[in-house]
Design a protein around this ligand. Structure first.
Ligand code: UD1
Length: 422
């Protein structure tokens, strides 16, 4: 199994290009199930999660062609061969549940394995199920699989539904399913993430009639059929936020090509408070810290446009090196501090009590052997390693391959001392 070795690095100078968004691509790919015409996605990220979604779609009969080194995905669902999403693939990635809504809408039935447990929390499917039931779906749980079908195997029926919590995945499943439902649907307390707006932009160019995306109320007027299209995936705001932290932790100044502040306002606000200078450039953003020290700031994760839970671990790595005490509250997932004990192996001072971590900055972290536990936790250890004295060895880096393409290459290009080893 590969590991990544990080030596104290910096200052970092140069450019990092931001890839297409993993979380947008993972919901755009299943959208192909809604049409028998081809869907082409450009600016796709080259990640193992995208490979997993390709395998899942192929198992359903979707033709998936990866072109231009993986940057372009040509998908065609003209002939589906099954509506069963098997446990063996679904268990690898929770986003597999995003085939549920589109399969149901297109084929009138879907049998989708429950995604199972996940390191960062229980992540049940209740919100997805209730939202699809509101559209007339009959859903039962049998042998670990959700067995869903439309009324009399016909079309779903448009209706109004309010989510108990603004779940990203449940919003995506509802919107995709409602595109082909009979009549008007409306989702209240919908999630507002930019990846959902990207999905809706693509669905509209496939002929869907949707309004209100990006607000908490999305209205969908069902159509009989969707057509094919070509769509460019938006940039990955979580990859952007992660690399913005590299020169903040290690010093220097890095330009993030393709980076935009507008999708990360809460995060950028906290960085500014911490003493970071963020400026727009012709091609993206430039980031550097203003002073030698980083101010401690308090952070509470929230649904968009709040501070993203997917950047909490990375922010904790930064706060480990701040000049004071900061409080990090995790309000989206119940078990998302697994990076804390690993950071403590590097000399960080962190006290976790339930959903709150109190981090006391130390003057210097120390390199150590640490273990990646999930995608964002693992990258927080790499960031911390940049500022730690000596060598940090991060094992189980397959977690990183799920969400960061060419991580070592991108960091090396700005001068970081990082190597991947067998
Ligand atoms: C998506 C993102 C993930 C991000 C998360 C929150 C993708 C592929 N993944 O995940 O990177 O961390 O949004 O921004 O886009 N919940 C329930 N019942 C449900 C569904 C969710 O209780 O039926 C809970 C979850 O356990 C979790 C919270 O709601 O505590 C947020 O989950 P949700 O917004 O659905 O996240 P995902 O779509 O799974």
């Amino acid at each position: 199994m590969d590991s990544i070795i990080v030596e104290e690095s910096g200052p970092l100078y140069g450019k990092i290009a931001i890839a297409g968004a993993k979380n947008a691509c993972l919901t755009l790919m299943p959208a192909t199930l809604l049409s028998d015409e081809p869907l082409t996605l450009t600016n796709a990220p080259r990640l193992s999660d995208i490979g997993t979604m390709s395998l899942l779609l192929q198992s359903l009969g979707v033709e998936v062609e990866s072109l231009n080194g993986g940057l372009v995905l040509a998908l065609s669902s003209h002939a589906l061969k099954t509506t069963r999403a098997d446990y063996e693939i679904v268990r690898k990635m929770r986003a597999s549940n995003l085939v549920l809504g589109p399969l149901l809408a297109r084929a009138g039935e879907a049998i989708v394995s429950l995604p199972g447990g996940c390191a960062i929390g229980a992540r049940p499917m209740d919100l997805h199920i209730s939202a699809l039931r509101a559209l007339g779906a009959e859903i039962e749980l049998k042998d670990g699989y959700l067995h869903a079908q439309t009324p009399n195997k016909g079309r779903l029926v448009g209706s109004e539904y309010k989510l108990k919590f603004a779940s990203v995945g449940a919003t995506e499943n509802f919107v995709m399913a409602a595109c082909l439902a009979k009549g008007r649907s409306q989702l209240k307390n919908a999630a507002m993430e930019p990846e959902i707006v990207d999905l809706v932009t693509c669905l509209k160019s496939m002929g869907a009639n949707i309004s209100g995306e990006g607000t908490d109320t999305i209205t969908i007027r069902g159509v009989d059929k969707l057509n094919g299209t070509t769509h460019s995936v938006i940039m990955d705001r979580i990859e952007l936020g992660t690399y913005m932290l590299a020169p903040v932790i290690a010093g220097g100044e890095v330009e993030l090509i393709g980076g935009k502040m507008e999708f990360l306002e809460a995060f950028c606000g906290k960085l500014t408070e911490a003493g970071v200078e963020i400026s727009k450039t012709t091609n993206g953003l430039k980031v550097k810290r203003k002073l030698d020290t980083i101010n401690s700031v308090d952070v509470k994760t929230a649904v968009y446009p709040g501070f993203p839970t997917d950047l909490q671990a990375q922010m904790m790595a930064l706060m480990c090196t701040s000049n004071g005490v900061s409080k990090l509250e995790e309000a989206i997932f119940e078990n998302r501090f697994m990076h804390a004990p690993e950071l403590m192996r590097m000399g960080a001072q962190i006290d976790v009590q339930g959903g709150t971590a109190v981090v006391k900055g130390v003057s210097k972290l120390k390199g150590a052997q640490v273990m990646a536990t999930d995608l964002r936790a693992s990258v927080s250890l790499i960031l911390a390693g940049l500022a730690a004295q000596g060598q940090t060895k991060v094992s189980r880096v397959y977690h990183l391959d799920r969400g960061y393409e060419k991580l070592v290459e991108k960091l090396k290009n700005v001068g970081a001392n990082v190597e991947r080893v067998k």
